[in-house]
Design a protein around this ligand. Structure first.
Ligand SMILES: CC(C)(COP(=O)(O)OP(=O)(O)OC[C@H]1O[C@@H](n2cnc3c(N)ncnc32)[C@H](O)[C@@H]1OP(=O)(O)O)[C@@H](O)C(=O)NCCC(=O)NCCS
Length: 326
C-alpha cells in the first residue's frame, strides 16, 4: 500500500507551571499513592488563568514548521482538534493562523475531544488526496484546566494542558500514513461531558453550582476505552496490512497507564514498545498523541523506516487510529 502523505515534522508545547499529586493532596481528599496506582499520573502542566491556548498551539505549530523547513505562507490548511478553544468563536485554528502568519491557508476546528488529533489526521490525509492540499498543519491543543471542577477528586487529578502539532506533506516512496480510521458512538455521550452550551447558556447559577465542568463515569469510560481502542487499532492494522508484531512503537492516548497496559497486552506488544508519558503530563485530551509523538521523534524513539501505531479514545464517544511508516 502506497501512502499519499507523511508527517514532515512535529512540535509540542506545555505551560511551565507543574501541578504535582502532592499539590492536589492540599486541594481535594486524595493521595499521591491513589493517583499513581489508579492512573500512573505523577504531575501535569496547568496553564495560568487568562493565558491563551492559541499561544501554546502556535508554539507547537511553529516548531513543526521550523523543523520541516516550511514557511507559514506555504501552509494550505490548518485543522485544530480542541474542545477548549480561546473563545466560542472564531476557531482556534483561525487564531493560530493569524499568529503564524499562515495567510494562504483555510482553517477550522474539529470537536472530537481526546480523538481530535487523529480525527484531524484522517481528514487532512483525505483532503490532501481529494482537494490537492500540499502542506497541512494538524494541531491538537487543550486547556481542560479551564473546565475542571477542582472540588471533584474523580476528575481533577486526571487532566493537564498542552498542545501538539504536525505538518503533513507529500509521501516519500513508501514512507507516510499507511492507514487512518475513525468511529463514534453518540449513545454514550452521557459518560463524559460538559453541559455548558447553547442548551444551557452560562448563568450565575450554572457557574456557582460547578455544573459547567467535566462530568465523568470513570469506570464505564475505562471499560469503553479498552474496547474501543482495541477496535481502532485492529481496524488500522487491517487497513494498512500490518501485523501487530511489525509495529516498532505504539503510541496510545495517554489517559491512564492501566488502559495503556491493557491495550499493549491485547495485541501482545512488549511494554518497551509502548510509549508512556502520562506520568508527566496527565491526560491532555486531543494533545496527548501529538505531544507523545513529538517526544518520541525528538528523543530517537522513532527511526527512519519504523512503523508506528497511534490509537485514541475520547468523549462522544469517539475513537480513532493510524499506522504510519516514518
Ligand atoms: C477515574 C479512574 C482513575 C477511577 O479509578 P477506579 O479504579 O475506576 O475507581 P472508582 O471510580 O471505582 O472509585 C473507587 C473509589 O476511589 C475514590 N476516588 C475517586 N477518585 C479519587 C481520588 N482522586 N483520590 C482518592 N480516591 C478517589 C472513589 O470515590 C471511590 O470511592 P468509594 O469506593 O468510597 O465510592 C478510572 O476509572 C479511570 O481512569 N477511568 C477512565 C477515565 C479516563 O480515561 N477519562 C478520559 C477518557 S479520554
Amino acid at each position: 500500500m502506497n501512502p499519499f502523505s507523511r508527517i514532515l515534522a512535529s512540535g509540542h508545547a506545555v505551560p511551565p507551571r507543574i501541578l504535582t499529586n502532592a499539590d492536589l493532596e492540599k486541594i481535594v481528599d486524595t493521595s499521591d499513592s491513589w493517583i499513581v496506582e489508579r492512573t500512573g499520573i505523577r504531575q501535569r502542566h496547568i496553564a495560568e488563568p487568562g493565558s491563551a491556548l492559541s499561544d501554546l498551539a502556535m508554539d507547537a505549530a511553529q516548531q513543526a514548521l521550523d523543523k520541516a523547513g516550511i514557511s507559514a505562507e506555504d501552509v494550505d490548511l490548518i485543522i485544530a482538534g480542541t474542545v477548549t478553544a480561546d473563545m466560542k468563536f472564531p476557531s482556534l485554528a483561525c487564531l493560530v493562523q493569524e499568529k503564524l502568519g499562515a495567510n494562504n491557508a483555510a482553517a477550522f476546528d474539529l470537536s472530537a475531544a481526546c480523538s481530535g488529533f487523529l480525527y484531524g489526521l484522517h481528514i487532512a490525509n483525505s483532503l490532501m488526496q481529494t482537494a490537492g492540499y500540499k502542506h497541512v498543519l494538524v494541531i491538537a491543543a487543550e486547556m481542560l484546566s479551564s473546565m475542571i471542577n477542582w472540588q471533584d477528586r474523580n476528575t481533577c487529578v486526571l487532566f493537564g494542558d498542552g498542545a501538539g502539532a504536525v505538518v503533513l506533506g507529500p509521501a516519500d516512496d513508501n514512507r507516510g500514513i499507511l492507514s487512518t480510521y475513525m468511529k463514534s458512538d453518540g449513545r454514550h455521550h452521557g459518560l463524559l461531558y460538559n453541559p455548558g452550551g447553547s442548551q444551557r447558556p452560562l448563568t450565575h447559577e450554572l457557574i456557582d453550582s460547578n455544573e459547567a465542568t467535566i462530568h465523568m463515569e470513570g469506570r464505564e469510560v475505562f471499560r469503553h476505552a479498552v474496547v474501543s481502542m482495541t477496535d481502532a487499532l485492529h481496524e488500522a492494522l487491517k487497513l494498512a496490512q500490518i501485523a501487530p508484531e511489525a509495529l516498532t512503537l505504539l503510541i496510545p492516548h495517554q489517559a491512564n497507564v492501566r488502559i495503556i497496559e491493557a491495550i499493549g497486552k491485547r495485541f501482545k506488544i512488549a511494554p518497551e514498545k509502548v510509549y508512556v508519558n502520562v506520568d508527566r503530563f496527565g491526560n491532555t485530551s486531543a494533545a496527548s498523541i501529538p505531544i507523545a509523538l513529538d517526544e518520541a521523534l525528538s528523543t530517537g524513539h522513532i527511526q527512519p523506516g519504523d512503523v508506528v501505531g497511534l490509537v485514541t479514545f475520547g468523549a462522544g464517544l469517539t475513537w480513532s487510529s493510524s499506522i504510519i511508516r516514518f
